[in-house]
Structures are given as C-alpha cells and as structure tokens.
Design a protein around this ligand. Structure first.
Ligand SMILES: C[S@@+](CC[C@H](N)C(=O)[O-])C[C@H]1O[C@@H](n2cnc3c(N)ncnc32)[C@H](O)[C@@H]1O
Length: 231
C-alpha cells in the first residue's frame, strides 16, 4: 500500500548528513542579482513573443568596472555604460577581454548619472535601466532629479532596478564615500509622484562583518531594491 511517509524515508542520500538539512533550507548562487533581473526581463519578453528576438537597450547607470555589464552584453544587450570616471571604462574593457566578450557596439558615456537628460548625455528610449549601488552615492536632491529624468527615458514596457539605502544609524559603506538615506515612505512617495509603477521591492539588511562584500562600519545598513515600470 502507498505510504507517503515511508516513500520519503526510503529516499537514498549520500554524503555528510548535514547536507540534507542544508538542501532543504538554503539556496544560494545562480547568477548575480542584476543579471537575474536582466535575463528575467529579456527572457520574459521573448517567452511572450516567441518569434521576436529581443535585443534590449540597457543603461548601466554608474557602470564602474563592468561587474554586470560584460555578462549582459554576452547575453545580447545593446549596452550603454554610463559613469563619471573614465578610468572605469578602461577596467570594463579589460573585464570584457578577460571573459572573451566582444566589446564592439558597447557605448561609453562619460557624464553625471544624476543628470542624464539635463546634462545632454541621453535622450533615447531605454528598455532596461540598472542602478547597482551608484545613484545612492549622491546627494538626495540629485538622486530625486535623476529618478525624474530616468522616468523620461522609459517606455511602457521598460523596467528599471534601483538600489537605495533606506535607513540605519551612521551607516556609511566603507570606502564608498557618501551614501544617501531615505525612508521607505519617502521613496514610495517619490516614485509614486513621478509616475513609476512599483513592480516589486526587495529588502536587504547588511550587517557588519557578515557580508564580506559590503561591510558597513556600524550596526546595519538597510537597502530597498525597487523594480519599477512606467505607469
Ligand atoms: C559602487 S560603484 C558601482 C559600480 C557598478 N554599478 C557595480 O555594480 O559594480 C558606483 C559607481 O557610480 C559612479 N558614480 C557615482 N556617482 C556618480 C555621478 N554623479 N556621476 C557619474 N558617475 C557616478 C562611480 O564612478 C562608480 O563607478
């Protein structure tokens, strides 16, 4: 006779028993978060439009050394790198070379990421806007101006992802200069007033010394990751 419980008990397992619990409670890895987001938008569109190959125009806002850019280019992005430090473009080119990704067609834009339209850096339609810890290192009023201008670059199907520090006590990211802080209510108000449609938010808490990548020098930094569309 079928017995669900005994069936489960009869499953063979191999290796240290500790992996049984880990396999049931933990999950990690996949691609970096930004790449997951990019692939989700691109593949989602192609699933809904099976005969269309989507080459999204992606704006990497504060592209830095190209940590995410090389992967998105490899996965078919029409890439715009936007940063204020010319040396970072040299790093990006080096990263592409290292991973054998053709750099041809990637557009380098040197300018102020908080003033993309006013600074006459951009005026086109962008399909995917990525801000991975870049705008947050600017004055609040400039970040708000940036959100307003990036909205103008979006089309109804465009998607953007913004990382914002929300609150915390004396939370400066180590070696990252100034970090602006918002409350959630403030942010929701700002996005809503501009006209963004909030598609999803992800909360993240970063504790000192628990995350090797983003250490803060006090208790914790809270971040709100917001995925937005154009209403
Ligand atoms: C923490 S790094 C993030 C780099 C990249 N997004 C990543 O995920 O690795 C911040 C980047 O934003 C750029 N940035 C910050 N404020 C800027 C501004 N107002 N204008 C131009 N670039 C800016 C910096 O030069 C730097 O490359």
């Amino acid at each position: 006779m079928f017995n669900g419980q005994s069936q489960v008990n009869e499953i063979k397992r191999y290796g240290d028993p500790v992996w049984e619990k880990i396999s049931q409670t933990q999950r990690w890895g996949q691609y970096p978060e930004i790449v997951n987001f990019y692939l989700g938008v691109k593949n989602g569109f192609e699933n809904e439009n099976p005969n269309v190959k989507f080459t999204p125009t992606v704006l990497d806002i504060g592209s830095g050394g190209g940590a995410n850019a090389w992967f998105m280019k490899k996965e078919g992005a029409n890439l715009i790198l936007f940063d204020g430090q010319p040396e970072f473009f040299i790093q990006v080119r080096d990263t592409f070379q290292k991973f054998f990704v053709p750099y041809d067609g990637a557009r380098e834009l040197l300018g102020d990421i908080t003033n993309p339209i006013g600074g006459k850096h951009l005026n086109g339609c962008i399909d995917i806007l990525i801000d991975n810890y870049s705008l947050v290192h600017n004055a609040k009023e400039n970040i708000i101006r940036a959100y307003e201008q990036y909205y103008q670059l979006m089309q109804p199907e465009s998607r953007s992802i913004f990382y914002t520090a929300t609150f915390g006590q004396k939370t400066e990211l180590k070696d990252r200069g100034f970090t602006a802080k918002f409350t959630r209510e403030e942010l929701n108000g700002i996005f809503g007033k501009i006209g963004y449609k909030i598609i999803r938010t992800i909360d993240r808490q970063i504790m000192e010394n628990t995350c090797g990548k983003e250490k803060v020098n006090t208790v914790e930094l809270e971040q709100l990751i917001t995925i937005l569309g154009r209403a």
